[in-house]
Design a protein around this ligand. Sequence first.
Ligand code: ZN
Length: 413
Amino acid sequence: MAFLGAPLAGSMRDLVSVIRFVMIFCLAWVGASPLSATVVATDAAITGDKSGTEFAITLSQGVTLEVFTLANPYRVIIDMPDVSFQLAKNAGRQGKGLIKAYRYGLFAARKARMVIDTVLPVGITNAELLAVDRGAVRLELSLKPIDAATFGAGTGASKSSARRTKRAPRIKAKRRASRPVVVIDPGHGGIDPGALSKSNVYEKDIVLAVAKLLRSELEKRAAYTVLMTRTDDVFVSLDKRLEFSEENDADLFISLHADSIGDSRFASQVRGATVYTLSAKASDETARRMAEKENNADAIAGLPRMDDKGDGDVRDILIDLVKRETANFSADFSNTLVGRLRKRVRLSNKPQRSAAFKVLKQTGTPSVLVELGYLSNSEDEKRLTSSKWRIDVTQSIAKAVDAYFDRRTALAR
Ligand code: ZN
């Protein structure tokens, strides 16, 4: 089976030196069916070159994995439970691209480890677990060269994330070859009306109508599974919206809202649509206030204010890699969306902002919150209630969704 050389034993000491990324995959079904049969690792493969190298391996069932890098020498480590490696006899001796060689075997009682030696300091730019046949999963890692300083700079941050691994979020394996799941999230509802216009137009009604129109626009394409967090005038807590997204393994989450400003002196000037993404620190004061207002929805509905289950700090739940990937995709979709909306819909003076919106705190699902316009502005109010404008806005969002998934599919090829 494995060959455990001296470098592997030495790596325990290095663990405390440089850990750049820690990534946890907890597959939901593992809890339901304890690892009775031994997990078998097969089909390790290396592709790419020195500008970017991919490493992949198949595991006969989902396991909890940790992936991180170490220095002196530069290595990528994959830790997993007891795994039986059934790889080709010479597997790992001959590297390719950024990978010099790799080795594998038991690292401690019921703990297996793969050590991938790299020729340069590398960053893990992507790590995914893809479901394959009969419950098996394929781990795919993408490595890119980085400079030694960048490699070392991750130390502090990743130590703290290593400590956090106990309550790391659960990340399900992505389904391969199925339609992307788009979750549309009409804000507010029921007891929580959201913003109000002077003539008593409710935010909750506008966003539900726009959401339904967007759903039918997306369903026309027969390319997506389109789900909504609510389809009626009913209150749904922010937690439930997040749960819904996670349970359905959403690939994209679009929350729809409409705003209103309290100060009537500015009501005639402040108007237009804005796309928000998640950030721990708000892009500006307006964004910060907006998040505060939207995060208050549960309190408005009379729910006790939860202490965010200990993950109130956005940074806590967004661990390293997963966070980075999700944030990048959210930003990518936000760019595309604003570009599309600009052609047909009036935007606010700063149409891309970010803040700590609770409903966007999604570990693995790229998500945006769209404020469609201002109910406090009479021109915006007219548009928000006009069917022509609603068609313009939903077609623009749908085109942005198409462009976004086209690009992701192209990247995945
Ligand atoms: Zn709202």
